[in-house]
Design a protein around this ligand. Structure first.
Ligand code: ZN
Length: 190
């Protein structure tokens, strides 16, 4: 992409085109807003007379609170949506040239995921929805495992007990995990 060269271990994750930095149209500089795994980058388009400016906001410079990156999408009827980035060094406003905020909302989610690790953030945000899903899953016996797999480590482990295949002693552990018998040392999974 013009104006910004990705580092070797850097990849582009999300992009919103037709935005401005520094003011609404016709003010401000027109360009693209790019999210990489390292930074949010504004790449100014420039003109035939002037090269565009590039502004790099490293992900670690974004403020976070309670696991939420401080990035906000502001929408007002009849006004171009604004994406506000709250940084260690101050605030930055990126303004859409369009009137729909969808791309900015996706960008805000993508920034949260990039900072907090893939999907962990959206799972935290939707904690109630997930626990709701777990309750439904428990109602539908037999499908619990499917839901449990999908929810990964967010599901509390289930304690189980059974007989050791080696010596017949009663053993306890967590379902699906390797259990070592304390009497004979045989390993099994319940
Ligand atoms: Zn045993």
């Amino acid at each position: 992409m013009a104006g910004y060269e990705l580092q070797r271990d850097e990849v582009e994750l999300f992009k919103v085109s037709e935005v401005r930095r520094g003011g609404r149209a016709p003010f401000g500089e027109a360009g693209d807003l790019i999210l990489t795994n390292k930074a949010v980058v504004f790449v100014g388009k420039g003109s035939i007379f002037k090269q565009g400016n590039t502004y790099v906001y490293p992900l670690h410079s974004l403020k976070t609170y309670n696991g939420q990156v401080q990035v906000k999408v502001e929408t007002k009827f009849g006004e171009n949506p604004v994406l506000r980035l709250f940084l260690d060094t101050g605030e930055e406003a990126i303004i859409s040239d369009g009137y729909t905020a969808g791309n900015f909302k996706k960008m805000a989610n993508a920034i949260n995921e990039a900072v907090n690790g893939a999907s962990s953030n959206s799972i935290y945000n939707d904690a109630n929805a997930i626990f709701g899903a777990k309750k439904i899953a428990e109602g539908l016996k037999g499908t619990v495992g499917v839901f449990a797999d999908a929810m990964g480590s967010f599901v509390p482990k289930k304690e189980v007990s059974g007989k050791c295949p080696g010596c017949g002693a009663t053993i306890h552990g967590f379902q699906g995990e390797s259990i070592k018998c304390e009497y004979c040392g045989t390993r099994c999974t319940l």
